[in-house]
Design a protein around this ligand. Structure first.
Ligand SMILES: [Fe+2]
Ligand SMILES: [Fe+2]
Ligand SMILES: [Fe+2]
Length: 431
């Protein structure tokens, strides 16, 4: 492939939003539904299109800082204490700030503060500011949308719930929510369409796609895709201090290996996207399993084995990333058909996937973890070579890496050391 793909920002944001919702499977689509409610409210209030796009985008990512199950559960409890919400709002603001830095078009939307303040109570007007900083009505709108989403009981016919939800929201008028936003909600709530559209995800997607067309940054070029994938990786890796820079290491090793294997410039850069995204599906794996010191039980390993499948599910719909999706989805396949989750035969595992698999294992073996140092370089290469002999890994990929081992390892170390610095601003929040 030599033509650079372009991907819609919304497709990428929406993919990340769905990936983040995997952290708490019981409330699937929480962010997407919140984005839909917030966008409908913004439209109901006659806000300019640009602001509608801002609340929609912030809605899609508003809980991106809630990465442990507990923080997610806290965020999903209607009466949760504001103090308990503080951390996920601040961590989320850091991630959004990173996105805005790299995508100046996004900065116009003011997403960082929308996310930072999305749990500020209106408090009879005192919620106009927090710690001396103004809190915009749009932040309060996301707060209201988020709380409404939490009130809707899953698996229960929605229209029958409407009077109770409206009553509850009115009770909190002026205390939690801005009065004019409560009025707008009451009029929106009278339309059955709104509630029915909420429970059918295809309507959510359609509405979001339509709104995003008015956004400031619709298409990402290849450097933009790489940049955004890197931020995704930081979010995924942030969940576990055990693997805090793992995806950055895999991305650089995989890109270099692709170059050595003769991939084009575009394909090699897409390989670094694959490296950044390879463990996206691990958002569905609880931290206790990710960080378990001993061997996993069968039940725990079953949860782990689903992670490449989640990536497959999330990435396959993005047509322009059709090359990346199989690389990522097959990074735990082995040439002897014993890998997971597809158990592909060797003939069905493309070279890109083989390269990613080798890069993943090489990085895992050589990087330091909090509980152990990385293997010495030659030992790590020996492990890979014995896996080639056992019919697991691709011989060409491993020999390219073995022949240039010092170069690979230096690059990996340099990039991972740099990635550690990237975490400085969120480190205080990691537990
Ligand atoms: Fe939240
Ligand atoms: Fe939320
Ligand atoms: Fe993995």
């Amino acid at each position: 492939m030599s033509v650079e793909p372009r991907v819609s920002l919304l497709d990428m944001v929406s993919c990340l939003s769905s990936a983040l919702d995997l952290v708490s499977p019981a409330v699937v689509n929480h962010q997407k539904r919140t984005a839909f409610i917030a966008t409908c409210l913004a439209e109901e209030m006659g806000l300019p299109l640009q602001e509608q796009v801002a609340v929609m985008t912030a809605g899609l990512l508003h809980d991106c800082g809630a990465l442990s199950l507990q923080s997610k559960l806290d965020a999903l409890c209607f009466d949760a204490d504001q103090e308990d919400m503080h951390t996920h709002c601040e961590v989320g603001a850091v991630f959004l700030g990173k996105m805005e830095q790299r995508f100046p078009g996004m900065a116009q939307l003011g997403l960082t503060d929308l996310v930072r303040f999305h749990h500020v109570n209106w408090d009879e007007g005192r919620g106009e500011e927090m710690a001396g900083r103004p809190v915009s009505p749009a932040s309060h709108l996301i707060h209201l949308a988020d709380r409404v989403e939490v009130l809707i009981q899953r698996g229960v016919e929605p229209l029958g719930q409407v009077p109770g939800i409206v009553r509850r929201v009115f009770q909190e008028r002026d205390r939690l929510f801005l009065p004019e936003q409560v009025e707008a909600f009451a009029s929106l709530a009278g339309r059955e369409f709104f509630w029915l559209a909420l429970i059918y995800p295809e309507f959510l997607e359609d509405t979001l796609v339509e709104k995003s067309a008015a956004g400031p940054l619709v298409q990402l070029d290849l450097p933009g895709i790489v940049n955004l994938a890197q931020i995704f990786a930081e979010i995924v890796d942030f969940r576990s201090r055990f693997t805090a820079t793992h995806s950055s290491g895999v991305a650089v090793v995989a890109k270099l290996l692709a170059e050595k294997a003769g991939f084009s410039e575009v394909e090699s850069r897409l390989m670094s996207v694959a490296g950044y995204l390879h463990d996206l599906g691990k958002l569905a794996v609880p931290r206790e399993i990710l960080e378990k010191p001993g061997p996993l039980t069968t039940a725990e390993f079953n949860v782990m084995k689903a992670h490449p499948f989640h990536a497959y599910r999330l990435l396959t719909p993005i047509r322009q990333l059709e090359m990346v999706a199989p690389w990522v989805s097959h990074h735990h396949e082995t040439l002897d058909g014993q890998g997971y989750p597809f158990h592909l035969a060797a003939k069905d595992i493309c070279l890109g996937a083989r390269i990613l698999t080798v890069s993943d294992i090489f990085t895992a073996l050589t990087e330091d973890r909090p509980y152990r140092l990385g293997l010495p370089l030659d030992e790590a290469v020996s492990v890979l070579e014995s896996m080639v002999k056992d019919g697991k890994l691709d011989g060409l990929a491993v020999s390219l890496l073995a022949g240039n081992r010092a170069e690979f390892n230096d690059m990996r170390q340099m990039v991972q050391a740099k990635a550690v610095c990237g975490y400085a601003d969120i480190q205080p929040y990691s537990k």
